[in-house]
Design a protein around this ligand. Structure first.
Ligand code: FSX
Ligand code: SF4
Ligand code: F3S
Length: 385
């Protein structure tokens, strides 16, 4: 019953969106896919995958396909702050664009500093116009950390020397929904690493409007496009975790669905890069994998049209979607559990859930050590040492 009601609600919303004029009149998504040689069948397969990713029943697949087809009804303003532009690249730098990249191409990007042709005065004028014309209707996506306070002027944009902070604040005021794309915009990211010389902050510290964080350095194309589709389908905030990350994407740890998890449980570890264990695809925990502390869906969704992801490529997860990962998760090629174990009993009463997670894992690590000792005693091969 609940399911039927939800189906009805989404259908009504999509019906309303359909009434709005398409912002791109030259080509429908069906034509665009056809031009790129993507069949309707492949498109529906993709829609089924997205439906599962957003934890919706498979009977909602036609709605997902419709949402993608209506993605040109929503104007998007995309701002760049202090970052490497990897988030945009995550979607666009591919020699064979998948459906996710095409959807991103297809949405109406009213303003995107690295993609638009305009520069200087014209660019600034375009931004003002987009904000005015689509007041209360546009989606704001911000990439990058934002220097704040006395450090505002470490980041200025355009011919008036507007600070990044001013830009972000102005665009936030009349946005229909705000997404912080990437770890930098979500939590400050690399430029907020100690000693954070530019006082870089996440977007939620700058605006008092609700911000949905989509971290990852960079986030996958699936998580960026999934958020756009979620907004088209529901028009409301998704369920969020304590760090304002959508639970459908960041609800589980990398470790929970990792293809090497069986190796971890069996105590089969790579001891150093390039060893026999590495060749056999053993677990990367002892060479620094932070998958057990990192909430993201990389192990399930992967990157570049499901091609690969860090652990599959042979390096541990570095925890890039967690707050302060640059400081908190380093050194990247050493286990975190070992380092924190000695301080475990020093944790205060207000220890965060993350630290508690670390404590639990340290207990697991102790279990591993015990297992290794028993294996050694029995004369078994000592992969797990
Ligand atoms: Fe780079 Fe985006 Fe990292 Fe940051 O991604 S990939 S530094 S999250 O803001 O450009
Ligand atoms: Fe996978 Fe890393 Fe967990 Fe090992 S520690 S199972 S490599 S996520
Ligand atoms: Fe980042 Fe770890 Fe995924 S490093 S890309 S969260 S596997």
């Amino acid at each position: 019953m609940e399911q039927e009601k939800l189906y009805q609600k989404i259908s009504t919303r999509l019906g309303e969106l359909k009434k709005l004029a398409p912002m791109k009149e030259d080509m429908s998504i069906a034509q665009l896919l056809d031009e790129k040689g993507i069949s309707r069948r492949d498109f529906m397969k993709w829609a089924a995958g997205m439906t599962a990713m957003l934890s919706l029943p498979s009977s909602f697949t036609p709605l997902m396909a419709q949402a993608a087809e209506l993605s040109d009804r929503l104007p998007v303003v995309w701002l760049h702050m202090a970052e490497c532009t990897g988030c945009s690249e995550s979607l666009l730098r591919t020699d064979a664009p998948g459906i996710d990249s095409l959807i991103f191409d297809y949405i109406s990007l009213e303003y995107h500093e690295t993609l638009m042709a305009a520069a200087g005065w014209q660019a600034e004028h375009n931004l003002e116009q987009a904000i005015e014309k689509y007041k209360g209707k546009y989606i704001l996506m911000v990439e990058g950390g934002i220097p704040a306070g006395d450090s505002d002027f470490y980041l200025t944009v355009g011919p008036h020397g507007t600070t990044g902070r001013e830009h972000a604040l102005k665009a936030s005021e009349s946005a229909a929904a705000i997404f912080a794309i990437g770890t930098c915009s979500s939590f400050g990211g690399v430029q907020a690493a100690y000693p954070n010389p530019t006082n870089a902050q996440g977007l939620s510290k700058i605006t008092n409007k609700p911000v949905i964080n989509v971290p990852g350095c960079p986030p996958s194309e699936k998580n960026i496009v999934g958020n756009i589709l979620h907004y088209i389908l529901f028009g409301t905030l998704p369920a969020l975790d304590a760090y304002s990350r959508p639970k459908w994407a960041y609800g589980l740890r990398i470790h929970d669905l990792c293809e090497r998890r069986g190796r971890f449980d069996a105590g089969e570890f790579v001891q150093e890069f390039g060893d026999e264990g590495a060749k056999k695809g053993y677990c990367l925990y002892k060479v620094g994998c932070k998958g057990p502390y990192t909430f993201n869906n990389c192990s399930r969704e992967r990157f570049n049209q499901h091609t690969s992801w860090p652990v599959q490529a042979g390096h541990g997860c570095i925890g890039c979607s967690e707050p302060d990962f640059w400081d908190a998760m380093g050194p990247f090629e050493e286990p975190l559990g070992d380092r924190l174990y000695s301080t475990l009993y020093g944790l205060g009463a207000d220890a965060t859930a993350d630290k508690v997670g670390v404590a639990l894992l340290s207990a697991t690590a102790v279990g591993i050590a015990a297992h290794a000792a028993i294996a050694a005693f029995k004369g078994a091969p000592k992969d797990e040492e």
